[in-house]
Every structure is written in C-alpha cells, then in structure tokens.
Design a protein around this ligand. Structure first.
Ligand SMILES: [Mg+2]
Length: 274
C-alpha cells in the first residue's frame, strides 16, 4: 500500500536547534522506498526551501499553514499543479490561496486607520524590529518576512476591540488565530486543506494508487491534518507530553520528542507494513 507522508516541522521533524539527525534512519528508508515526504508547516516557503534542500526533497511543499502549495520547478516528479505561477524569487511553481496576505493587509490597515485599532505586525517592521520581536537573526528574519498568505501581528489594544477586529476580518473571508507569541491573520485554509490538495495531485498522477496518508504533528494547528490522515502520529512536546489527540483510524503516540519520536514512529509504521 503506497504511503504519502505529511509532516509538521517545528518540534515534530525538527529539534529545537533545527537539527533532525535522530530521524536519519527513517529518512533513509523513506528515500530507499521512494515514499513522498511532504513538508507542511506554518513557516514561509523561503524558510522551508532551505530545509527541503538539505533533506534532498523534490516533493511538493505546503507553506504558511496550508495557504501556499509549491512544486519544485525542476522536480522531475511529474506532479503538475494547475493554475500555478512561478514564484518571484524561489525555484517553485506556486498556488496561493485567497485572501492573500496583500488582501488581508490592505483591509486590516484600512480598518486600523478608520477605527483606531492598535496593533503592529511583520508588514510594519523593518528587519531589526522583526529580529527583536521574533528572536531570529537577520538572515532568518528575511526568510520569515517573505510571506504571501498570513500576517503575524502583536495586538496592542483591548480584548473588546480584538473581538470587533476579528468580526471585521470575517467580511473578507479572513480570521485572526492566536498562536504562541503572535496573532496570525490568515484565510480559511489550514494544514488539512493543504494535505488534501497535494494528495489530489498525486492521485491524479497515479490514479491506480490507493494512498495511505501518514501525518505527523505536535500542536493544535496540526490537529485537523492528523485527524484527516489514515495514520496519525502525535509527537510529544517536551515535558508537556502529547498536546493533541486524533480520531484517525490509526493513531501512534510517539514516546520520544521531535526527530527521535519522528524516527521511532515512521520506522514502526513502515516495518509493520510488510
Ligand atoms: Mg510543531
């Protein structure tokens, strides 16, 4: 039974220091068996591009929480993406969901000046300010700022006005989701939508395959994705343990964190498939 593997990055495949060496045994088997590994993260495509390159991947990438699907321009994978356009700076064909970040910013800034809401976000900051707010170095901040679908903001106003702002955003099909440090302004797409769209690309290219989808994640924004999978892998988050659950047909609760848990789970799935 052919697999498609969809994985979150932070605290799932990647350790806190952005390494993944503990996952190498499972990554080797995936390469050997030519199982597509699809990265699915809230990170930008620019951030994910470097990671995909280091992993040697030529598979589609799902960036900005399902908002952007990208196919390497020279993937040789025969996966084609209708209505895709060339990314302005990266070697990918991309489809970007609407409302785009530009749509959201245009509207959010309009209501900010009309109604006096107090907030600031990535679009308001220069790179030095962005580094201060995110803790990233300048090079990483540049990649994180290369956004197309979502806008992280800091809310500097009352809860009452936040509720009003969230209602305003609904009028353009956008929403405001609380993350760790930032509130994310984004459209309705999520990681599960991204997974479905990429699955459809494979299914169209290989209609004879009855794919089994494996999805790995650790956080609330992975919950829809792991619920929609055939095999859900929940990676524990440090001392907090498993932060999400899944009603997928098969659920694996990894015992180890990050890349070690990723390795353990993928090996057990692939080895039990014989
Ligand atoms: Mg994560």
């Amino acid at each position: 039974m052919p697999f498609l593997i969809f994985t979150d990055l932070d605290a799932t495949l990647l350790n806190h220091d952005y390494t993944w060496s503990e996952a190498e045994p499972a990554l080797d088997i995936i390469r050997e068996k030519q199982i597509p590994l699809i990265l699915n993260s809230s990170k930008t495509l620019a951030e994910m591009h470097g990671i995909a390159q280091m992993l040697g991947l030529t598979t589609p990438i799902i960036a900005e929480n399902g908002g952007q699907i990208a196919i390497p321009s020279n993937s040789g994978s025969n996966i084609s993406l209708e209505d895709a356009v060339q990314h302005p700076t990266l070697p990918y064909l991309v489809v970007t969901q609407t409302p785009t970040r530009a749509d959201i910013l245009s509207y959010a800034h309009q209501v900010r000046s009309e109604k006096g809401y107090l907030f600031s976000g990535f679009a308001d900051w220069d790179i030095a300010t962005l580094c201060q707010h995110t803790g990233l170095d300048a090079a990483s901040a540049e990649l994180a700022a290369d956004r197309y679908v979502t806008e992280p903001i800091l809310w500097e106003d009352s809860e009452e006005n936040f509720t009003k702002f969230a209602i305003d955003l609904k009028s353009i099909g956008a929403r405001a989701i609380r993350g760790g440090r930032f509130i994310h302004l984004m459209g309705l797409a999520d990681k599960a939508d991204g997974m479905d769209r990429v699955t459809a690309l494979y299914q169209k290219q290989f209609p004879e395959n009855n794919y089994q989808r494996i999805a790995l994640g650790d956080s609330p924004n992975d919950e829809d994705m792991v619920n929609a999978a055939d095999i859900a892998v929940i990676i524990p988050y440090g001392d907090e343990g498993h932060r999400i659950s899944s009603n997928a047909p098969k659920v694996i609760l990894a015992t180890l964190t990050a890349s070690a848990g990723w390795n353990e789970s993928i090996l057990s799935i692939i080895n039990s498939n014989h």
